[in-house]
Design a protein around this ligand. Structure first.
Ligand SMILES: [Zn+2]
Length: 303
């Protein structure tokens, strides 16, 4: 033990620890792949999670826990702004969910803030609604048995919209939005609404659109998740990820109803509407990032 040097040992240990830590950071925070854009009216369709924690103003240092998702979401939304869509259609799961009816923010000027997360009022988001698109959609609805009702005037945007809109506004988005809330109805009604939205998109000659399904996956993936830990729900997230990777969307519509219910997810119905929009045919399918460090599955993917 004559040659043992505690200082030398600590130095070598420290250097090795630093190398492993830096490698971890490099791999973990590797920039995600860029979005792929199509050349027709529908430029892209994406799935974006919406934890308010992603905003530094809300999460503070806690936003570091989901840094991978923050980087992925911010990058994807910036690329969307750079592609200059005229209108972004957003499906949110967090305003008014009705039994037999979809809901829409029908007013001209839409806005929201983060005051319920103790963020000052001056941190707010806003966008104009594409009322022309909404009018066309309502006309088309008469061809079906689907119903769409307007939310009360003055209803503030919920966090399913304010979170992505925060990053869109930050990236300089100047287009319009259409915000629809899903309903309690089944898969078929949600697929049908998606197909109808696509018909309206395709009815324009020179207008460009992007679709955003706003939602997160299972909410009970870890013992410290916000809800009671249910290990089986990882199967739900794995299936959704596999479906986006392979472009095999029957995997999503085929998910067992009981499994879907216990996940307490908020992204399933927005995804189903997206599948209606792309008619279950992959547009530019890819997985950009996935993580669940706080027990909630955050997937960023392209349909
Ligand atoms: Zn949610």
């Amino acid at each position: 033990m004559k040659n043992f040097s505690y200082k030398k040992f600590m130095l070598i240990f420290g250097i090795n620890f630093l190398i492993v830590f830096l490698l971890f950071i490099l791999i973990y925070l590797k920039p995600p792949k860029p979005l792929k854009f199509s050349e027709d009216n529908l430029l892209a369709a994406v799935l974006i999670p919406h934890p308010p924690l992603m905003l530094e103003e809300v999460g503070g240092l806690y936003s570091l826990f989901i840094k991978k998702t923050v980087i992925s979401v911010e990058k994807a939304l910036k690329e969307i702004v750079q592609a200059k869509p005229d209108t972004i259609i957003i499906i949110t799961p967090h305003s008014k969910i009705r039994n037999n009816c979809f809901s829409i923010y029908a007013e001209n000027d839409l806005y929201g803030d983060f005051t319920k997360y103790n963020v000052p009022k001056n941190v707010k988001v806003q966008a104009q609604s594409d009322v022309g698109f909404i009018k066309k959609l309502i006309e088309r609805l008469t061809e079906t048995s689907l119903k769409l009702s307007s939310l009360n005037p003055g209803t503030k945007l919920d966090h399913g919209v304010t979170v992505p809109l925060y990053f869109l506004n930050k990236a300089g988005f100047e287009g319009k939005i259409v915000v629809i809330n899903h309903s309690e109805q089944g898969i078929q009604e949600h697929l049908e609404l998606g197909r109808l939205i696509r018909k309206v998109i395709d009815s324009y000659k020179d207008k460009k659109f992007v679709f955003i399904a706003s939602g997160s996956l299972s909410h009970n993936l870890k013992p410290f998740a916000p809800n009671e830990y249910i290990p089986e729900t990882i199967e739900f997230d794995k299936t959704i990820i596999k479906a986006f990777k392979e472009g095999n969307y029957n995997l999503i519509t085929g998910i067992d109803r009981e499994l879907e219910e216990i996940t307490l997810q908020c992204g399933y119905k927005p995804i189903i509407i997206g599948l209606g929009i792309i008619n279950k045919t992959p547009l530019n399918n890819q997985v950009l990032s996935y993580e669940a460090p706080v027990g909630v599955g955050y997937l960023v993917a392209e349909f």
